[in-house]
Design a binder for this molecule. Structure first.
Ligand code: FE2
Length: 295
């Protein structure tokens, strides 16, 4: 299902705060990612706004509440509405996170990391396969940040690889999350790239977070400019595998000048075009893994 996907280019996450600027600079943005839950079961005026976006851009729904890591069957009503949304916007793929957000009795409201065992990975892979089949378009799973790293049989990269072995889904590789996890938990992000099935990577997320200082951890805030470490990871990734689309994610502390975000969209597009110029760099100063709490 991942063969023949279109190359969308360089996109931007659609947010209410950015809506007017996106409209005014549509020629500078190749595609948009929208938050799935904003448009599931949405009122007519919201649906009309989405239709207007679809007339101008390729649109991809990106969810936060599927809870693919939960036990039991995926929520049938949610999956049915998701399939309808994906069809309505004619999305080439859709995405959600490698996590759970609810149990049978509690809606956690957060992206919670999963125990990294083969059993959980197999269960998640099977669920993801069923969701992909029900929706009828490729389903991309995104790596999340985690701030507590409990002892587990599998590394994060091994866990992701095990999930991929039990489904035909793709990966949405969030390079900011990779950078933050590597810094907070003291592993080499290039080693992570060595260990995951890169041929499954379809799309990339790029964002800036809050860098940890002293004992503080780095945080996935989506509220700052994309740091050089993340741009370097993008260059490394595209030197190793073709990537269909990049997406700049900004959720808060929006810059006064929208041109700052457009410059990031331009820079990501340029990185996609420079594919093939492999850097072959191994951990440089900025990539030397820091122990948890170090910066
Ligand atoms: Fe992301």
């Amino acid at each position: 299902m991942l063969t023949g996907l279109p190359a969308l280019g360089s996109g931007l996450g659609h947010r209410v705060e950015l809506a007017e600027a996106i409209e005014a600079h549509a020629d500078r943005i190749d595609w948009l990612e929208v938050i799935t839950e904003r448009y599931l079961f949405a009122p007519a005026d919201e649906c009309e706004r989405l239709r207007e976006l679809v007339r101008r851009f390729p649109v991809v729904p990106h969810g936060v509440e599927l809870s693919i890591g939960s036990e039991g069957e995926p929520n049938a009503a949610y999956v049915e509405a998701l399939a309808q949304l994906v069809a309505d916007v004619d999305a080439p793929w859709f995405s959600d996170h490698l996590c759970f957000t609810r149990t049978d009795s509690v809606d956690v409201g957060l992206l919670v990391p999963l125990p990294r065992t083969r059993e959980v990975a197999r269960r998640l892979g099977r669920r993801a396969r069923r969701v992909q089949e029900a929706v009828g378009r490729p389903f991309l799973l995104e790596n999340i940040t985690y701030y507590v790293d409990l002892a587990a049989p599998l590394t994060e990269a091994q866990f992701i690889t095990e999930v991929m072995e039990h489904c035909e889904c793709g990966l949405l590789l969030d390079l900011a999350n990779l950078d933050i996890n590597a810094r907070n938990h003291g592993f080499d992000p290039l080693g992570f790239l060595d260990d995951i099935p890169l041929e499954r990577v379809v799309q990339v997320h790029l964002a800036g977070g809050a860098d940890g200082d002293g004992d503080a951890m780095s945080l996935d805030s989506h509220g700052a400019a994309i740091p050089d470490r993340v741009w370097d990871l993008l260059a490394e990734l595209v030197s190793r595998t073709p990537v269909k689309a990049t997406l700049v994610e900004r959720d808060q502390d929006f810059p006064d000048d929208f041109g700052d975000l457009l410059a990031e969209v331009d820079r990501a597009r340029a990185a996609l075009r420079f594919r093939g110029s492999r850097t072959t760099r191994r951990p440089a100063d900025r990539w030397v893994a820091q122990p948890a709490g170090g910066a």
